[in-house]
Design a protein around this ligand. Structure first.
Ligand code: AR6
Length: 179
C-alpha cells in the first residue's frame, strides 16, 4: 500500500529515497527548483549530469543525491505550456510515470515530486495537479515498491489544490499504468 501526501517544503531538505527535479533537456541546471537542487547537491551532481547526454521532454533519468539528504535525484523534463493543444497533458503525465518507473527500477520506497512545469514552463497549476495525482494514483494502484509519495508544494495555493484532490472522491479517469 502506498500513501500519498502533500506538504509545503523546500524539496532540497527532504530525506527521501529520491527527489524529482523539474529540469530542462540539457540536465545541466537552471533556475527554480532545478537551481535549488544543484546548489544544495553541490558540483558532483552537475558532473554526473554531464554524463547523461540530456533528457527528452517526458522522460526521466536517475543520479545520486550527492550532498542532498535525499539518496537520489530523478531528473525529468516537463512540457512548456503552449495553450494545452500540443500534447502537454500527455507529456506531463509521462514525467510522473517515468519518474515512478525509475524509482521502482531502483526499488526505492519514498519519492517527492515538485509541481513539475508549473513555474517557468507556465503549466496551469490546477490542471497540472489533476494530472499529477491521477497519474501517481494510477501507477501505485497497480502495485509498486513505493510506500510514500510526497507532492512537495512551494505555495499555499498548490497545497490546497493537492489536498482537495487527495482528500476528494476517487478520480474515475485514474487508469492503469501502461508498461
Ligand atoms: N522546492 C520545491 N518546489 C520548488 C522549489 C523548491 N526549492 N523552488 C521552486 N519550486 P520551476 P518548471 C516550485 O520553474 O516550471 C528551470 O530553469 C515552483 O514554485 O522550477 O518545470 C529548469 O532548468 C513551481 O511550483 O520548473 C527549466 O529550464 C515548481 O517548483 C525550467 O525551470 C516548478 O517550477 C523548468 O520549469
Amino acid at each position: 500500500m502506498t500513501s500519498l501526501h502533500a506538504l509545503i517544503a523546500d524539496i532540497t531538505t527532504l530525506k527521501v529515497d529520491a527527489i524529482v527535479n523539474a529540469a530542462n533537456s540539457s540536465l545541466l541546471g537552471g533556475g527554480g527548483v532545478d537551481g535549488a537542487i544543484h546548489r544544495a547537491a553541490g558540483p558532483g551532481l552537475l558532473a554526473e549530469c554531464r554524463l547523461l547526454g540530456g533528457c527528452r521532454t517526458g522522460s526521466a533519468k536517475l543520479t545520486g543525491g550527492h550532498d542532498l539528504p535525499a539518496r537520489h535525484v530523478i531528473h525529468t523534463v516537463g512540457p512548456v505550456w503552449q495553450g494545452g493543444r500540443h500534447g502537454e497533458a500527455e507529456l506531463l503525465a509521462a514525467c510522473y510515470r517515468n519518474s515512478l518507473e525509475q524509482a521502482e527500477a531502483h526499488r526505492l520506497h519514498s519519492i517527492a515530486f515538485p509541481c513539475i512545469s508549473t513555474g517557468v514552463y507556465g503549466y496551469p497549476a490546477d490542471e497540472a495537479a489533476v494530472i499529477a495525482v491521477r497519474t501517481v494514483r494510477g501507477f501505485v494502484d497497480a502495485g509498486c515498491t513505493l510506500t510514500d509519495v510526497l507532492f512537495c508544494c512551494f505555495s499555499e495555493t498548490n497545497l490546497a489544490l493537492y489536498q482537495a484532490l487527495l482528500n476528494g472522491p476517487p478520480d474515475p479517469a485514474a487508469n492503469e499504468r501502461s508498461r
